[in-house]
Design a binder for this molecule. Sequence first.
Ligand code: BMA
Length: 325
Amino acid sequence: MTAGMDCGELFRRHPANPILTAAEWPYPIHTVFNPGATKLSDGRTLLLCRCEDHRGLSHFCKATSYDGITGWQIDRAPTFQSDPVNFPEELWGIEDPRITFVPDLQAYIIAYTAYGKVGPGVSLLKTTDFVTFERLGLTMQPDDKDAALLPRKFGDNYLLLHRPMSSDGADIWISESPDLKTWGRPLSLLKARRGAWWDANKIGLSPPPIETAEGWLVLYHGVRTHASGSLYRVGVALFDLEDPHLLLLRGSSWIMGPEAPYERMGDVSNVVFPGGYTIGDDGDTINLYYGAADTSVCVAIGSIKQLLAWLHECGDTPENVTGVR
Ligand code: BMA
């Protein structure tokens, strides 16, 4: 284990990228990006995409594909839209869905950003078919985003990772709920670093945590702010399987950053923003779905084994993590 060692990038971009753009959409939209993802019981990959319309407001639209790369069937109208009359927290749209299948409920729980006057907040949706949806409402008070649910209860409670803004910065927190409606016991889980680090001052959960035999792999985005704007990159940490509050390892270098032209240029340049993944039949291959430059949907291929090996080689145990205040 070498603190600060540059261990390189871990995801391979698919040559078909970008796999979805506004040009393919069956109805007028401006951009499509930051999708949530899941694999359906019939083997199809489902992406719940964030689509920005020509007013600048976002809604969700689903696309399904048998191979997760090509042949996308896209809903011919928005799949799920904001309802600002009944849910004022959605006045300016809904953004960045993350999907978790919860076996106990036999349902998908989608955590998303409800964007309203008091700022972005985390809301939850429940669905079994991605056709009809039940709103479970705002979890905690805004400003909060970048949330995903873990797929089962730990003791009596579900656990939600999220990113509240506080006077102390933008770090990842974890909160619990017995019923997905009442949330409490917020605890700081992973802190942004400081200074020149790639993940200085602002981090947030990327897709829902990936369950492995060694623990929960948490991919997170780090935001480095420069004179010319922000750079969104992806890093990785590992948390205990039985108690996800416990950090086991954290990488020091990023594992994916904007490099391809479709990531370097777009509405918001220099952004890779993963929101979902599927795991291959081998139990190892990760298809990581991400928004590129807030403009298109892309996929990059990785491996659970490689991520774990990389963390053992390049990651730091909590007492050795540097750069955090
Ligand atoms: C974050 C989120 C994302 C977006 C990113 C880059 O704060 O709002 O939806 O992709 O900024 O603009």
